[in-house]
Design a protein around this ligand. Structure first.
Ligand code: ADP
Ligand code: 5GP
Length: 208
C-alpha cells in the first residue's frame, strides 16, 4: 500500500458548463494528476471512449458494483447512474498522483464528507444562453434531455457557495489557468508540505 495520500480535487457545475473541456486541458498540463474515470449507465456521446471518459456499464452491472461496495460515492443524475470506483483513489495513491474528479453536486457533497481536505471547484457558464448553446453544440440528443439538463442547471448553480472556489468559464484559457492555480495552491498547503519542511528543519540541527 502506497504512503502517498492523493489530494482530492472535485469539480462540479451544470452539464455543458465546460468541466470536461477544462479538465482535459489541465490534465495534459499538470504533472502527477490523474482523472477519476467514473462508471455510468448513460450511453457514450460521439467521440467518448470506454475507460478514458467513462466506464460505460449496464444498469445491472452498475447495481452489482454498488452492492459489492465498489463505489466511493454514487448518485443518480439526469435519470442515469454515475459512480466513482474506490479503485480510482487507490490507483492515484499507487502512482503518487493527485485525483481530479468531475462529479455532480451530490457526489461532491459525499466526497467532502469523506475527505475533509478535499478541494472543491464549481464551474459556472457565463449565462443561461451560453449554457444552452454549449449543450446544443455538443451534438444531437433529444429535446427532453436538453430540457432536463437546463432545468436541473438552475438548482445546481444555487449550490456554488458550498464550494471552495468558483470559475466562470467564459474564456477557456483563463479557466484552465484558474484550475491550474487552484491545484498548485492546494499542493502548497502547509499540511502537504509538512514532511518536507520537517526534513529541511532537521538540516538546521545536525547534532540531533
Ligand atoms: P461539461 O463537461 O461541463 O458537461 P463540456 O466540457 O462537454 O461540458 O463542454 C460543453 C461544450 O461547451 C463543448 O462543446 C465545449 O467545447 C464547449 N465549451 C467549453 N468551454 C467553453 C468556453 N470557455 N467557451 C466556449 N465553448 C466552450
Ligand atoms: P455527463 O452525462 O454530462 O457526462 O455528466 C452528467 C453529470 O454527472 C455531471 O454533473 C457530472 O459531473 C456528473 N458525474 C460524472 N461522473 C460522476 C460520478 O462518478 N459521480 C457523480 N456523483 N456524478 C458524476
Amino acid at each position: 500500500m502506497s504512503s502517498h495520500l492523493p489530494i482530492v480535487i472535485v469539480v462540479s457545475g451544470p452539464s455543458g458548463a465546460g468541466k470536461s473541456t477544462i479538465l482535459q486541458r489541465a490534465l495534459v498540463e499538470i504533472p502527477h494528476l490523474r482523472f477519476s474515470v467514473s462508471h455510468t449507465t448513460r450511453p457514450p456521446r460521439p467521440g467518448e471512449r470506454e475507460g478514458i471518459d467513462y466506464h460505460f456499464v449496464t444498469r445491472d452491472e452498475f447495481l452489482r458494483l454498488a452492492v459489492a461496495e465498489k463505489f466511493l460515492e454514487s448518485a443518480e443524475v439526469h435519470g442515469q447512474c454515475y459512480g466513482t470506483a474506490r479503485a480510482e483513489y487507490a490507483r492515484a495513491a499507487e502512482d503518487r498522483s493527485d485525483l481530479l474528479l468531475d462529479l455532480d453536486v451530490q457526489g461532491a457533497e459525499s466526497v467532502r464528507a469523506k475527505f475533509i481536505d478535499a478541494v472543491s471547484v464549481f464551474v459556472l457558464p457565463p449565462s443561461y444562453e451560453h449554457l444552452e448553446r454549449r449543450l446544443r453544440s455538443r451534438g444531437p440528443t433529444d429535446e427532453a434531455a436538453f430540457a432536463r439538463r437546463l432545468a436541473v442547471a438552475r438548482e445546481e448553480l444555487e449550490l456554488f457557495p458550498k464550494y471552495d472556489y468558483a470559475i466562470i468559464n467564459d474564456d477557456l484559457d483563463e479557466s484552465v489557468e484558474s484550475l491550474k492555480a487552484i491545484i498548485r495552491a492546494a499542493r502548497c498547503r502547509t499540511s502537504r508540505i509538512e514532511p518536507a519542511a520537517r526534513k529541511i528543519l532537521s538540516t538546521f540541527d545536525p547534532g540531533k
